[in-house]
Design a protein around this ligand. Structure first.
Ligand code: XMP
Length: 519
């Protein structure tokens, strides 16, 4: 368990709870999100938070049986901030009154809050311009505030937009300070953590030292295996673990023959030659490509690759002999158990390739040194560990690799064409200084040949689609608005430099309704 000052976020199911955590982490505060069902009296006592935040949520506190925190939270003597549903919970629990939504008082979207009352340390730096823009999203509203509370801010739809009981350091806001559309929201978090006495002791330098000590304590002198994909997460995990236990770590890099141009060589050079990490480079491309021979269904492709990967990884890991631990680059968003109100499993759009099944099958214990980190923190840690910036900032690449960027049957010939086109496209994006603005960019090779004319001759070659999207987390995405000049220059380069492609299209589908990858 971390030694840092800890803040507890009790999750009532808001879509944006993770953003609260990110805002706090940016302010060097260590926090954890836990669903309200798991937060018991005993949990609270063991967690010993220095402050608590109640998230928003979709329920109505006026409904009997709606989500609540344990009432002992109010007796901890620590500051509490209630946001939206969290505000209403606080009011209802402490003797105020909440009314169910009516059209007249519901507020969604941008609103302006004006100062009321005497002001408070919580609002330091706010209301400089008289009023503040905030993001509202509520149906219910507080009709009567709890005894001891006073009003600090009002909006047309929320007379109790900001309320506080300064003596107990309880604060409640109707809006969402964590979202982008509350432009000055960070100030409220800064004020809240300052008045809670946080030292701002969550930094990547400190994290690195602690993580190393923790890995040593967990592993002792046992051997550890790490599956290296070339992605940021597994790379940072490998370098960190190597720093902790040196050559007790062996990395296994499975090359399934579906990687991008030069990718395998770069991974081997970086980890084996640069970091001196023992590395098994398992070139299994023949095996994977023959298993995929004639397969065109996307789900069959994914499942074939996923299953083979586990077998192959296991085989090569066994070469290490006597390993007791498997290292994984699991991140905090994978660990958060979010509150699901939808009930029931959601529809599977794509069966993701992951190595989640490995530990149980191999009888290994897990080392997951990134479990407490968000993606941007992993990047900061990678930077701290000296990984090159160009590597840390790389776009995500899917486990099944180029197989899902080559709709229809995969052949070596198609893969070779795709690799070349992709390399030209990425080079174009880098040359134009656009790489870091784009979440992910790649070429998909389409399973159609089209007629063209080059020189004086007829061509009959493949068409390809360029894809580039902006996104925050890959869950939703929009296409990147390249200029026409960029697109035509890139199309010309691809057709001139890549034999086998005579037509280039740009995919302008957002997600939803499209997905980022083509399969
Ligand atoms: P989609 O295509 O579902 O992709 O919009 C969302 C993000 O996930 C990546 N992706 C994968 N990553 N294993 C992975 O590790 C997979 O099987 C997989 N499929 C898609 C995709 O590249 C995008 O960043």
């Amino acid at each position: 368990m971390t030694q840092h000052d800890r803040l507890l976020i009790i999750d009532f199911g808001s879509q944006v709870t993770q953003l609260i955590a990110r805002r706090l982490r940016e302010l060097n505060v260590y926090c954890e999100i836990h669903p309200y069902q798991n937060v018991t009296d005993a949990f609270l006592a063991a967690f010993a938070p220095r402050a608590v935040i109640f998230s928003g949520g979709p329920d109505s506190v006026t409904r009997p049986g709606s989500p609540r925190p344990p009432q002992s939270v109010y007796a901890l003597g620590v500051p509490i901030l209630g946001i939206c549903y969290g505000q209403q919970v606080m009011m209802q629990d402490l003797g105020g009154r909440v009314e169910a939504g009516e059209h007249a008082t519901a507020e969604f979207g941008r609103a302006y809050v004006e100062q009321a009352g005497r002001g408070d340390e919580f609002l330091s730096g706010w209301f400089q311009g008289g009023r503040e823009q905030v993001w509202m999203s509520h149906g219910d509203h507080v009709a009567e505030i709890a005894p001891g509370f006073q009003v600090l801010g009002t909006s047309p739809g929320a007379p109790f937009a900001i309320t506080a009981d300064p003596a107990r350091r309880f604060y409640a806001v109707q809006f969402h300070p964590e979202v982008h559309h509350t432009p000055n929201g960070r100030t409220l978090y800064e004020n809240f953590i300052r008045l809670a006495g946080f030292r701002g002791d969550w930094t990547m330098g400190a994290y690195r030292e602690e993580a190393i000590a923790k890995i040593r304590a967990q592993v002792g002198d046992a051997k550890v295996i790490c599956g290296l994909s070339g992605g940021v997460d597994s790379s940072v995990a490998a370098v960190l673990i190597h720093e902790a236990i040196g050559d007790q770590l062996t990395c296994v890099f499975v090359d399934h023959g579906l990687l991008r141009q030069n990718e395998a060589a770069e991974v081997v050079a970086m980890f084996r030659d640069n970091y001196n990490i023992p590395l098994i480079h398992a070139d299994e491309s023949d095996l994977f490509l023959s298993a995929l021979d004639g397969v065109s269904d996307p789900e069959v492709k994914r499942k074939t690759i996923g299953k083979l990967f586990i077998d192959v990884f296991q085989k090569h890991a066994a070469e290490v002999g006597g390993a007791e631990f498997l290292a994984q680059g699991t991140l905090y968003p994978d660990v958060i158990e979010s509150v699901s109100f939808s009930g029931g499993p959601s529809v599977t759009i794509k069966s993701h390739h992951n190595v989640g099944g490995l530990p149980a099958k191999m009888g290994l214990k897990l080392v997951e040194p990134l479990r407490e980190l968000f993606k941007d923190e992993v990047r900061a840690l990678g930077h701290e560990l000296g990984l090159p910036a160009s590597f840390i900032g790389r776009h995500p690449f899917p486990g099944p690799g180029l197989a899902i960027r080559c709709p229809g049957e995969i052949t070596r010939e198609k893969l070779a064409i795709l690799r070349k086109a992709d390399a030209v496209y990425i080079d174009q994006i880098r040359r134009h200084g656009l790489y870091d603005e784009i979440w992910q960019a790649f070429v998909a090779l389409l399973p159609v040949r089209t007629v063209g004319v080059m020189g004086d001759g007829r061509t009959y070659d493949y068409a390809c689609a360029l894809r580039a999207v902006t996104s925050v987390d890959g869950m939703t995405a929009d296409y990147y608005p390249f200029t026409h000049d960029f697109l035509s220059e890139t199309a010309t380069r691809i057709i001139n430099e890549v034999k086998g492609i005579n037509r280039v299209t740009y995919d302008i589908t957002s997600k939803p309704p499209g997905t980022i990858e083509w399969e």
